[in-house]
Design a protein around this ligand. Sequence first.
Ligand SMILES: [Zn+2]
Length: 64
Amino acid sequence: MIVQCPRCGKQAEMTGNPFRPFCSERCKTIDLGNWISGAFRIPEDQPEDGADDESRSRKDLKKE
Ligand SMILES: [Zn+2]
């Protein structure tokens, strides 16, 4: 079974490919690295909003 590598778009064999759905270890590593840095960046962008929301709902809970 041939699939297109989501990283570089190259045609890659799926069967017996340890790096599927990528064509090679390099593409898998690059994509995983991008995903991890993206995942770390998202929560870093919104700690203020999240913390504010959390303390607000905690106050509401205490009032009750
Ligand atoms: Zn690739």
